[in-house]
Design a protein around this ligand. Structure first.
Ligand code: UD1
Length: 326
């Protein structure tokens, strides 16, 4: 197959392009770092003729620093995807694999002993100040425990990046309906692994902790360290893309999949695993918090297993030990 990979010089896009090449596919990469902008029709008109598939990873990532980031998220992620999809329609490129994110869910799913499955709203600052980090049941205020989140959960994007990723999904669904194309959105959970960017406010927590350890400092774990995430290795994520690129997909639709390890870990456990892997100082649990953070996100990997035949293979202990030294 001829595959156009946008964002091919980035952390995940680079691994995806490598996996596609290793599997024998012809890859045409496009990346802003190499001067090729996904918002540029001339670039797309050069790359798309003859392509069977686009794997779209070009995006401004991370949480955003402040509101001054809004125009960039909208321009690169939302407008960029719109330009790409219009070009795909022009060139009759019929398949899209979109890099989406678990951030479209906002807070994860919870179970209240009284009310069953609930989705709490943003946590209140006074609660965070008092160290009450677990969001209460939105109906009765009782403690609610984390539950797995599946793809049919209503989205609740909480920041500009999340909003832009959800907008990409909506645009892709629109493109699929109008052109009969097949679109697959892979909702990545917390991706980590070799070549993860260092020292940037836009990096995820695993990269931040590794940078601290490299500098000989203890990782600073926010809240009480018991917040749950699903850390999935970038080589597993690249393999999920390879599978999605080849798997039959229904025309005229967007299908979404969680891409996760299926085994949640706390941020505190992750910090300890990295510290141990580098023989560095053990993490410090600070009790500090970021207002925009969600507490727990526990992914269901079942739809990806049944729909794509994808299951992550790199376990937490081995993956973190390798990442600590990479
Ligand atoms: C992260 C990404 C998000 C991506 C998603 C899925 C960022 C900023 N967020 O979301 O873009 O879509 O994974 O791949 O890249 N924490 C600490 N110490 C720190 C920094 C963070 O304890 O120094 C804690 C946070 O409070 C939070 C957890 O680590 O509880 C995860 O933080 P982070 O990786 O930034 O964001 P996610 O919400 O998981």
């Amino acid at each position: 197959m001829k595959v156009v990979v946008t964002g091919s010089a980035g952390f995940i896009g680079g691994h995806v392009a490598g996996a596609l090449r290793a599997a024998g596919h012809e890859v045409a990469g496009l990346d802003l770092r190499e001067g090729a902008d996904v918002r540029d029709d001339a670039v797309l008109d050069r790359l798309l003729p003859g392509a069977d598939l686009v794997v779209h990873h070009a995006a401004k990532v991370g949480l955003g620093v402040d509101v001054s980031d809004l125009p960039d998220y909208a321009s690169v992620n939302v407008y960029g995807t719109a330009v790409l999809l219009a070009a795909m329609a022009r060139h009759a490129t019929g398949r899209l694999v979109l890099a989406s994110s678990m951030v479209v869910y906002g807070e994860g799913s919870y179970t209240c002993p009284e009310h069953g499955g609930v989705r709490p709203g943003p946590r209140a600052v006074p609660d965070l100040e008092r160290g009450r980090f677990d969001p209460p049941c939105p109906r009765c205020g009782a403690p609610a425990g984390p539950a797995v989140i599946a793809e049919d959960a209503p989205p609740d994007p909480r920041n500009a990046y999340a909003t832009s990723k959800l907008a990409q999904e909506h645009l892709a669904a629109n493109w699929a309906r109008e052109t009969g194309g097949a679109a697959v959105a892979l909702r990545y959970h917390n991706v980590y692994g070799p070549r993860m960017p260092r020292d940037t406010p836009y990096a995820g927590v695993a990269a931040i902790f590794r940078s601290e350890l490299e500098a000989g400092r203890a990782p600073k774990v926010f809240e009480d360290g018991r917040q749950l995430r699903d850390f999935v290795h970038v080589r597993d994520v690249a393999r999920a893309n390879l599978i999605a690129a080849r798997a039959p997909a229904p025309p005229g639709e967007l299908v979404t999949y969680n891409i996760a390890s299926g085994v949640p870990h706390t941020v505190g456990e992750m910090a300890r695993a990295l510290a141990a892997g580098r023989d560095g100082p053990m993490p410090v649990v600070t009790g500090a918090y970021r207002v925009g953070d969600v507490r727990h996100i526990v992914a269901s990997p079942e739809k990806a297993a049944t729909g794509l035949g994808f299951r992550a293979e790199i376990g937490f202990a081995a993956g973190m030990a390798e990442f600590a030294r990479s």
